[in-house]
Design a protein around this ligand. Structure first.
Ligand SMILES: *Cc1c(COP(=O)(O)O)cnc(C)c1O
Length: 433
């Protein structure tokens, strides 16, 4: 009787009794997905992928776009029971923590955008990062990571890793000798961010992957700041890409979500962590993320247009020094940016004359540019590393990292460039008074 097969005791008994039925059948194939449909978008542009991949019209009504499947559970029949028995439960709908049509729609869209076989969506970027790292690092394992990590990731590595016997060595992401020197016999993963916060240092993906291959390690790249429109780390040989989808992927500052993207094999290793840690994304939030993703490509071009114009303006302003933006000739990783980035993106960092107090005043005077943490939304947001992302460091530590007093981090939205320039013009003028 099939119904017993979902029960743990029966499953373990059948596993003990011998090989599962599929083990001799090496012709067994899996969908790269899983997904609602398997239309190929190979060879199409990224705007087309953003709109169409993963999105499925409702068969019953003809309603255009993926319906919202606001359900916790699904009718079970033999197909589902067999999928559990045969180890491909990820490809069937069983229970919404395991998978839901709205999650699948997002996953297919992201996978298409990242040129990946497979993706998983999570309830936050941190849930995605935790699941990805825990899938690839064993008890006692070691990670070599950037010394400029997102605060939450740093906290995971520093505070939770030791409880699981795992450890991390932090290195300068551009010091390849230091990266190799940090590798130990128990190292399993290189973990870096494609573009760092707030100094926008670019990770050299080709070099990192070469080091990883030489030492038989896996690479995980947090690509939140670049998005697949500007850079697709899997194309460079990276093993897993993680994103905080709360930022550019969703793009409207109205939900928290995360994704893990990679080969079907590795993403299948991450899936059990999603089940156990429980960081799944609600169907309605998945629907919002799917909707946001449809405009990713066009939004990224608008972010870049406004950011580039504003970066050039700030670079010429006498009260502003050291503007960092990937398309400026002064960008420290300019050569690498040409090779690796298809767009300059929407993030700028700069230093205002007069230090942190002047920066605080600047934020007060801005009208359209809102003072808030986070990034990647249609509205411009500004924050100061000294009292937000890097608040736990001393002035001296921040300066050693290259974060000087007056450093401002700007996430440029999609407002008209001239309005943003005017806003900074009036706010900087007030500082000079
Ligand atoms: C925001 C962010 C995260 C964490 O994502 P949440 O969605 O807030 O959990 C991770 N990495 C980077 C680079 C981020 O900017």
């Amino acid at each position: 009787m099939k119904v017993n097969h979902v029960r743990g005791d029966k499953r373990s008994k059948s596993a003990l009794a011998g090989n599962p039925s599929w083990s001799g059948d090496l012709k067994r194939t899996r969908n790269a997905g899983p997904g609602l449909d398997y239309k190929s978008f190979d060879g199409t542009g990224f705007s087309t992928k953003a709109v169409h991949a993963g999105t499925t019209d409702d068969e019953k009504t003809g309603a255009v776009g993926t319906p919202i499947y606001q359900t916790s559970t699904f009718l079970l029949d033999n197909d589902q029971y067999d999928s559990i028995e045969q180890g491909h439960a990820r490809d069937r709908f069983i229970y919404s923590r395991y998978g839901n049509p709205n999650q699948w729609a997002v996953q297919q869209k992201i996978a298409a955008l990242e040129n990946a076989e497979s993706a998983l969506v999570f309830s936050s970027g941190m849930a995605a990062i935790t699941a990805a790292v825990m899938a690839l690092v064993d008890k006692g394992g070691h990670v070599v990571a950037s010394n400029e990590l997102y605060g939450g990731t740093h906290s995971l590595f520093n505070h939770d890793f030791p409880n699981w016997g795992m450890s991390t060595t932090y290195v300068d992401p551009s010091d390849f000798d230091a990266i190799e020197a940090a590798i130990q016999p128990n190292t399993q993963v290189l973990y870096f961010e494609a573009l760092t916060n707030p100094l926008l240092k670019l990770a050299d993906l080709e070099k990192l992957v070469a080091i990883a291959k030489k030492h038989h390690l896996r690479t995980i790249i947090d690509a939140t700041f670049v998005t697949p429109i500007a850079c697709r780390p899997l194309d460079w040989g990276v093993d897993l890409v993680v994103h905080s989808a709360s930022k550019y992927l969703n793009g409207h500052s109205d939900l928290i979500a995360g994704v893990v993207v990679g080969s079907r094999k590795l993403v299948d290793m991450v899936w059990p962590k999603l089940l156990n840690f429980g960081g799944n994304l609600d169907p309605h939030a998945s629907y919002l993320l799917e909707r946001g993703l449809k405009t990713l490509s066009i939004r990224m071009r608008a972010h870049e247009e406004s950011a580039y114009a504003l970066a050039k303006y700030l670079d010429n302003h006498k009260q502003v020094k050291n503007v960092i933006y990937p398309k400026l000739p002064s960008y420290p990783d300019a050569e690498l940016a040409l090779k690796q980035l298809k767009l300059g993106g929407g993030m700028i960092s700069f230093v205002v004359e007069g230090g942190d107090q002047a920066a605080l005043q600047l934020l007060k005077h801005l009208k359209y540019v809102k003072s808030a943490t986070s990034l990647g939304g249609v509205e411009s947001l500004v924050s100061l590393p000294f009292n937000s992302s890097q608040a736990s460091f001393t002035n001296k530590q921040r300066e050693d990292m290259g974060i000087f007093p007056g450093c401002v981090r700007l996430s440029v939205g999609i407002e008209d460039p001239q309005d943003l320039i005017n806003d900074f013009e009036q706010a900087l003028a007030k500082l000079a008074e």
